[in-house]
Design a binder for this molecule. Structure first.
Ligand SMILES: Cc1cc2nc3c(=O)[nH]c(=O)nc-3n(C[C@H](O)[C@H](O)[C@H](O)COP(=O)(O)O)c2cc1C
Length: 203
């Protein structure tokens, strides 16, 4: 008998700058029908409190289920717990290195390792600048395994008016990777702004 597609998504938030990207993903998915399974690393939690107005508890409440970073016995530690995959947003270079080398010494690393071995989708909102050879080699290794490396680089073609627009656009593009399409920001429609202006001048 055919099983319905899983609607569980594992979300990791690690200690790179840009913890708001992880928060925004959870906000967009809250109430969408997708079950979110959240793990914050220790430095993810520290960075979140440093750079946003959200508490760890408030962010955890956005998720369907939360786990502590040392909870290696959690459901998401096993491939038999079926998910559509995992996103780490933001993803530090430490976590990139741990995933690229198959370390399972915290629950984010272990859950990512499981997603890889099960050939499910892994999206890393990898954030560092500039990037060293070590970072680039680790990212390339993962990309060659099919991992989506999606750095939180802003787009300007959709005329963002503020930081919120930029964060929304990146979060939307991350969610797109899982075939969930929430139109929270303008998408590129192939029409340049000068063409739009001249069209509205004519009409
Ligand atoms: C405010 C702040 C910003 C940071 N930004 C980055 C970053 O953008 N990228 C990165 O790789 N590490 C960054 N770090 C360092 C990581 O937090 C550190 O390497 C940590 O050990 C990562 O562990 P984790 O991946 O388990 O969260 C930052 C640390 C702090 C305190």
């Amino acid at each position: 008998m055919e099983q319905p597609k899983p609607t569980r998504l594992i979300v990791g938030i690690t200690g790179a700058t840009g913890t708001i990207f992880g928060v925004r993903l959870l906000q967009l998915l809250h109430g969408s029908g997708v079950e979110t399974h959240l793990v914050l690393s220790n430095w993810g939690a520290r960075t979140l409190v440093h750079e946003t107005s959200y508490s760890v508890k408030e962010v955890q409440q956005l998720a369907t289920k939360t786990y502590s970073i040392g909870e290696q016995g959690a459901a998401i530690s096993s491939g038999s717990f079926v998910t559509m995959g995992m996103v780490v947003a933001p993803c530090s270079m430490r976590t990139v290195a741990a995933i690229a080398h198959g370390l399972g010494d915290n629950l984010i690393h272990r859950a990512a390792d499981v997603v890889l071995k099960e050939r499910r989708k892994l999206v890393l909102v990898a954030r560092e600048s500039p990037l060293s050879e070590i970072h680039l080699e680790n990212l390339l290794k993962l990309a060659r395994m099919g991992v989506v490396i999606l750095p939180p680089v802003p787009a300007f073609y959709n005329s963002p008016q503020n930081l919120d627009d930029i964060v929304n656009h990146i979060a939307m593009r991350v969610i797109d990777q899982f075939d969930i399409h929430l139109d929270v920001m303008n998408r590129w429609d192939g029409v340049m702004l000068d063409q739009k202006r001249s069209q509205s001048d004519v009409s």
